[in-house]
Design a protein around this ligand. Structure first.
Ligand code: SAM
Length: 225
């Protein structure tokens, strides 16, 4: 049984595709997708020896070695161009996901959908997508074990997000006023309140510049609520 997080990621993989899961760890996601008949075949990529072996063992235990290829390597380096239609990258920071996409750009022609699930720094991922001809078609956000996970689904296309709050919190999450996004906005507002109070209490040399920044961000956050 998949966790709710992986299940929600899986639900964004269309039927009949060849997929790759990068940073697959136990290979739970490709195993599930192939078993369900959603994916015709899958590639599980892992850069680290331990998880790579775990994925390999798991796939063989499930008798799926013919349909899931477990490969060791960094990011998209395990793929040949044109090999898959969908790539999932989940359970890592937004910076890392961005790095993997950037370093593996030459493997993306032929890929029609990305399902990305950054833990933090999702603005990095949105900015990269926008700059490289991808359009966000849906988003989701959830907590698991008290951690916040986002899911960003992108396909080929133009998008033009200029609003910093949309880059940070996600255009779909904001439009839906997702309760977890509202929580996050409140959390960020709390941080600003405390930072402003600290500046008032102990004035420093660059305190004024910092205050101006904080006030600008406070105004932006106020608008999304
Ligand atoms: N994707 C699974 C999930 O969401 O449950 C596993 C997430 S696990 C926290 C992150 C995995 O990504 C680790 O097994 C790690 O070894 C792998 N990883 C990190 N950077 C990677 C990279 N550049 N290429 C391939 N795998 C990577």
């Amino acid at each position: 049984n998949l966790s709710e997080r992986l299940e929600r990621i899986a639900s964004n993989v269309p039927s009949g595709v060849k997929m790759a899961d990068i940073g697959s760890d136990h290979a739970y996601l490709p195993i599930y997708l192939v078993q369900k008949g959603v994916a015709l075949s899958a590639i599980a990529g892992e850069v680290n020896e331990g998880p790579f072996r775990g994925a390999d063992r798991h796939v063989r235990e499930h008798g799926l070695a013919d349909s899931i290829s477990v490969r060791k390597g960094d990011g998209l380096a395990v793929l040949q161009p044109g090999e898959v239609d969908v790539i999932t990258i989940a359970g890592m920071g937004g910076y890392n996901i961005r790095e993997i996409l950037e370093a593996g750009k030459d493997k993306l022609p032929g890929v029609s959908r990305l399902v990305l699930s950054p833990q933090g720094d999702s603005d990095r991922v949105r900015k990269w997508l926008q700059l490289h001809g991808w359009k966000i078609i849906d988003e989701d956000i959830l907590t698991e074990d008290e951690r916040l996970y986002e899911i960003i689904v992108a396909e080929r296309g133009e998008m033009n997000i200029t609003d910093e709050m949309e880059l940070e919190f996600g255009p779909f999450n904001l439009a839906r006023k997702h309760p977890l996004v509202v929580d996050r906005v409140e959390y960020e507002q709390g941080k600003i309140r405390r930072a402003l109070a600290a500046i008032e209490k102990t004035p420093t040399e660059n305190g004024l510049a910092r205050k101006v920044e904080l006030l600008a961000r406070r105004a932006q956050l106020e608008e999304v609520r």
